[in-house]
Design a protein around this ligand. Structure first.
Ligand code: S3P
Length: 178
């Protein structure tokens, strides 16, 4: 099976849903941010601080090319991964891409619940965060929209909701046998 790759904005639920999807499909799960942190022994905010966003995007692209070559895996990308270089075309050529699509309100609710430190949104007030999400979705959605499959995500409160999304993604990508 070629990789199932989850894309979408920060806070869409890529890691939460991806981990459960991999468990259900009995395959390995790779979160691209964690893979980068493991390989470079540094947290994402530290990489941003030392190399800037441009340096981070170079590393991210290189690491994407490693995980997308694995077989029988579920991968969750970073929110920006599909929007740089030819990453989205590269992914579509070899993987089953799934966009976890959510409104700015859903994304903001999830980001408020999460514990991850995200350099691009650190220190923003709720109003600033809302405007930032709306603005960046405008430039990012055309990239996300190239995904082969789309799932609409609501605010996740329960395990049942996660299981439902997992089931939907599994059936959307079920013919993925190459
Ligand atoms: C980013 C999203 C983050 C991480 C980095 C940049 C982005 O991943 O890759 O902070 O540009 O949207 P998550 O979407 O997993 O938070």
């Amino acid at each position: 099976m070629s990789p199932v790759v989850l894309i979408g904005y920060m806070g869409a639920g890529k890691t939460t849903i991806g981990r459960q999807l991999a468990l259900n499909m009995k395959v390995d799960f790779y979160d691209l941010d964690w893979y980068i942190e493991d390989r470079f022994r540094k947290k994402i905010p530290q990489i941003f601080a030392e190399k800037g966003e441009e340096g981070f995007r170079d590393l991210e692209r290189r690491m994407l090319h490693e995980v997308a070559e694995f077989e029988d895996v579920v991968v969750s990308c970073g929110g920006g991964t599909p929007c740089f270089f030819d990453n989205m075309d590269y992914l579509n050529a070899r993987t089953e891409t799934v966009w976890l699509r959510a409104t700015p309100e859903v994304l903001q609710a999830h980001l408020g619940m999460g514990k991850s430190v995200r350099p691009l949104i650190q220190g923003k007030t709720p109003e600033e965060l809302h405007d930032f999400i709306v603005e960046s979705l405008r430039t990012r959605e055309p990239f996300y929209a190239k995904a082969k499959h789309i799932i609409d995500i609501e605010v996740i409160h329960t395990k049942e909701q996660i299981d439902k999304y997992v089931k939907d993604i599994a059936s959307l990508t079920a013919n993925n046998t190459h």
